[in-house]
Design a protein around this ligand. Structure first.
Ligand SMILES: NC(=O)C1=CN([C@@H]2O[C@H](COP(=O)(O)OP(=O)(O)OC[C@H]3O[C@@H](n4cnc5c(N)ncnc54)[C@H](OP(=O)(O)O)[C@@H]3O)[C@@H](O)[C@H]2O)C=CC1
Ligand SMILES: CC1=C(/C=C/C(C)=C/C=C/C(C)=C/C=O)C(C)(C)CCC1
Length: 316
């Protein structure tokens, strides 16, 4: 039987982290099912991807410039594709933002929405006409657990991911009529440059406009706890990439995929109590009341939700 033509997959934000790993895993697919257009806004950063891509470079993986915040850049990149056609779009490019809201300028907040929300929508708008014409396509969004459940001091970042979730939940229904699938991938903390970039910004800020108590809660309570979460629960970008490859490979891809089972119970709290008090109260307790016991409570959480525990309760 003749081999199927590889599907063209365009990924945004491939200079580092999850984007880079997704690009490489798809390009190295043993069945050669994909041709990857790995994009980044600054081609001076392409060395790391080139090295990781190895001999797939310019075979199953090509690198192109694309800034999701720039109309011309997006048009130029899409127009350069044969027939302007794309089978899978992976919206991965994203930026974080942490800190007390009082100290964050509206311009900085807008920058987060420009990338995480409008950037992804700019991409979706650019590929939809062709996908609809061909009645075929898959749009993947690297959302976050913070697109489902807020986390203190991440208010604006969480809002940008919630916005994406609402947008895609609405769009997915209409697109099914055109045989186009939408998939949200929701990782918990992932050990990429993401956290380091945030910590660099935090180190530079003097938190203008925020009161001393809030700054103290942020620096002395939230930051160490958050670091602990990345250490105890953080996934590798490779494992998130693997989850995305599985989603892309499915004939009927799921709408939602959480990649970190350790984090799932924290998200589930809001569905267990529709008043929302259970999740707000639990986050409050974890952050402010059990701070001394934080390490222990995280270990308990890990124990309750880890896969070895599940294995014991699954019938043989
Ligand atoms: N790390 C984590 O804990 C989690 C991350 N996520 C999400 O995963 C995605 C990838 O993040 P991750 O790999 O961790 O972080 P990285 O910081 O390693 O990667 C982010 C990527 O986005 C790119 N990017 C930023 N702005 C633009 C833009 N305007 N146009 C094109 N590319 C851009 C960056 O490029 P450049 O190098 O030029 O800045 C970089 O390649 C993001 O959407 C993030 O929100 C979700 C859950 C958890
Ligand atoms: C779970 C939890 C916390 C931190 C969660 C963090 C830091 C999650 C990070 C998720 C990321 C980085 C998603 C990216 O999109 C707190 C508030 C410390 C204490 C309460 C319980």
């Amino acid at each position: 039987m003749a081999k199927a033509t590889p599907r063209t997959v365009l990924i945004t934000g491939c200079s580092s982290g999850i984007g880079l790993r997704m690009a490489v895993q798809l390009a190295q697919d043993p069945g050669k099912r994909f041709h990857v257009i790995a994009t980044m806004r600054d081609l001076r950063k392409k060395d790391k991807l080139e090295a990781a891509a190895g001999d797939t470079l310019n075979k199953t993986l090509t690198i192109q410039r694309l800034d999701v915040c720039n109309d011309e850049s997006v048009t130029e990149c899409i127009n350069s594709l044969p027939g302007k056609q794309l089978d899978v779009l992976v919206n991965n490019a994203g930026v974080g933002l942490v800190g007390p809201v009082e100290s964050i300028s509206i311009d900085d907040m807008k920058r987060v929405f420009e990338t995480n929300f409008f950037g992804a929508i700019r991409m979706i708008k650019a590929v939809l006409p062709e996908m609809k014409k061909r009645q075929k396509g898959h749009i993947v969004v690297i959302s976050s657990v913070m697109g489902l459940q807020g986390v203190p001091f991440n208010d604006v970042y969480a809002a940008s991911k919630f916005a994406m979730e609402g947008f895609c939940e609405s769009l997915a229904v209409q697109l099914l009529k055109f045989n186009i699938f939408v998939s949200m991938v929701e990782p918990g903390p992932v050990n990429t440059e993401f956290e380091m970039k945030l910590m660099e910004e935090v180190a530079r800020s003097e938190f203008p406009g925020a009161d001393a108590a809030t700054v103290r809660y942020f620096k002395e309570v939230y930051l160490p706890a958050s670091h602990e979460i990345f250490t105890t629960m953080g996934q590798t970008p490779e494992s998130v990439a693997k989850a995305v490859v599985n989603v892309i490979a499915k004939e009927r891809p799921p709408f939602r995929t959480q990649t970190n089972t350790l984090y799932t119970p924290l998200v589930a709290l809001k569905y267990a109590d529709t008043s929302g008090d259970l999740s707000v109260g639990t986050y409050y307790n974890l952050l402010f009341r059990f701070t001394g016991l934080f390490h222990l409570s995280m270990s308990c959480l890990k124990c309750i939700t880890c896969s070895c525990f599940r294995r014991r309760v699954t019938p043989a």
